[in-house]
Design a protein around this ligand. Structure first.
Ligand code: ADP
Length: 475
């Protein structure tokens, strides 16, 4: 763990092992922190806050730029580590390192654009001045699916705003978190400004984060179930909260779309990170006119996606995070089958050629999906593309909106009006229009309804870490 500028063990000396999800091999161990360590970390962040908050935006920006440079210099070992610990194919890990580093550069730039306002008054002898100040100590909890970029997406804006922080990474991927903290340490981050608490048992740490009055903000990325509980606890303490949660993204292929192009897009998007992404398409609505071409194309492409150890050449899909994830995906596919769906490709675990040592599920297409099936309602988080045919364009936006989630949605059309009407009608925070990657450090990311509160990245991303302070001045 990294507390007050030092690499330290848990106070009780306990450790836990980290395994490679593709092979089951133990690849390292980490301190198994407890509430006592979380308190130690908050002590350090709290002590460092006044001085860090008083640094100039220019020096904070320089430090973030140096951390960005170091991530670039270490890109290859960082990517190798990510593949080993998280499982995604090496090419995807390289992309994530670049995407993750981008948040540091973007927020280094944004740091210098934190400004105030000179405001008018109805009283001739009065002026108002509003300024932005850091909220204070931030507690961050991050997931395993994007084990580096989900850290930098929080650390970049928090540090740029002048906040100190304590961070608890997911128990599956603490080594990636450690590697990111090393970049900051080597960039010269002052003691106590960032603190890392690793643990195999997150609940007590979450309890400390949400109940310690010195923590002014909770930022969480993970499941809706856990985010809801943490947001409630943080709310009781009047902490600021941003939570980026689950999704159940619709992917709509309109009658005027090119079905082959759309099927290629759906394949590229669906199997990213083995489907373990909150913006992964989970309900693919295809107009009946396009059914044959779309299904033929996606099935042919999925049949060619090679699953295996992400460190090997030519692998398109890596393992799932653990056995529970494989079991959940298998249960959803089995339920769809039992309710009349077809599974033209995949639909089973992968155990041959040594894959039984890891957590693999075959890249899968399910057709004939209906609202009676679990897969239609529950987030899948696995390499399964469920296809639903529809007949009426007028109804498809309502079908797509028929979920409590509201993170990402995708639209394929060649008609500008259709695209704009869809964008306006869909209740989702992020809409891809003929686009499989509607994300960037420069763009606000976040969801509506059960997908969360707040936005990360973009200009909005730094607002989450700033308070407004007003001075009324009598002349
Ligand atoms: P997933 O189901 O995708 O693993 P989780 O929401 O369980 O998503 O995990 C996201 C993050 O939340 C991880 O860092 C995990 O350790 C943490 N977490 C899970 N349960 C709790 C909890 N009760 N209190 C605090 N953090 C938690």
């Amino acid at each position: 763990m990294f507390i007050n500028g030092n690499w330290v063990d848990a106070a009780n000396g306990a450790t836990f092992e980290i395994t490679n999800p593709a092979t089951g091999d133990v690849i390292g161990e980490c301190p198994d922190g407890t509430a006592a360590d979380a308190i130690r970390a908050i002590d350090a962040a709290h002590a460092a806050q006044p001085q860090w908050g008083a640094t100039t935006a220019f020096s904070r920006a320089d430090l973030l730029m140096e951390a960005w440079r170091l991530m670039g210099e270490r890109a290859e070992p960082l990517a190798q580590l990510m593949t080993k610990e998280q499982g995604k194919p090496l090419k995807a890990s390289r992309n994530e390192v670049a995407y993750g580093a981008d948040f540091l550069r973007w927020f280094a730039e944004e740091a210098r654009r934190i400004t105030g306002q000179w405001l008018p008054s109805s009283r001739p002898d009065q002026r108002f001045l509003s300024v932005r100040t850091p909220v204070g100590v931030v507690a961050a909890i991050t997931p395993w699916n994007y084990p580096m970029s989900m850290l930098t997406r929080k650390m970049g804006p928090a540090l740029a705003a002048g906040c100190t922080l304590v961070l608890k990474p997911a128990e599956a991927t603490p080594l990636c978190a450690k590697a990111i903290f090393e970049c900051f340490h080597d960039a010269g981050i002052p003691d106590g400004v960032i603190n890392l608490v690793t643990t195999a048992n997150p609940e007590p740490i979450g309890d400390v984060f949400t109940s310690d009055p010195r923590v002014k903000k909770l930022t969480f990325t993970g499941s809706t179930a856990v985010g809801r509980v943490l947001a409630a606890k943080a709310g009781a303490n009047l902490q600021r909260v941003s939570v980026e949660l689950g999704g159940h993204a619709p992917f709509i292929v309109f009658p005027d779309a090119d079905p082959e192009h759309a099927a290629k897009g759906a394949t590229a998007l669906k199997f990213l990170n083995s489907g373990q992404a909150c913006i992964s398409p989970n309900r693919i609505y295809v107009h009946r006119d396009h059914a044959d071409v779309f299904i033929e194309t996606i099935v042919a492409r999925v049949a060619n996606v090679k699953a295996g150890n992400g460190a090997d050449d030519g692998i398109g899909v890596g393992p799932l995070v653990n056995e529970a994830a494989v079991a959940k995906v298998a249960a959803q596919v089995d339920d769809a089958r039992a309710n009349g769906a077809d599974v033209p490709v995949g639909g089973h675990r992968l155990t041959e050629h040594g894959l039984d040592r890891g957590h693999f599920y075959a890249p899968t297409v399910v057709t004939g999906v209906t609202s009676a099936m679990t897969i239609y309602r529950e987030e899948t988080f696995g390499p399964v593309a469920p296809i639903i045919l529809y007949d009426h364009v007028d109804e498809v936006i309502d079908l797509a909106n028929d979920t409590n989630y509201g993170l990402a949605a995708y639209v394929y059309t060649r008609d500008l009006s259709t695209a704009i009407r869809a964008m306006e009608g869909l209740r989702f925070g992020i809409i891809g229009i003929n686009d499989v990657n509607p994300t960037s450090a420069a763009a606000p990311f976040g969801g509506m309804n059960d997908s969360g509160l707040g936005r990360e990245g973009g200009h909005e991303g730094i607002d989450e870490y700033l308070e407004t302070k007003l001075a009324g001045i009598a002349l």
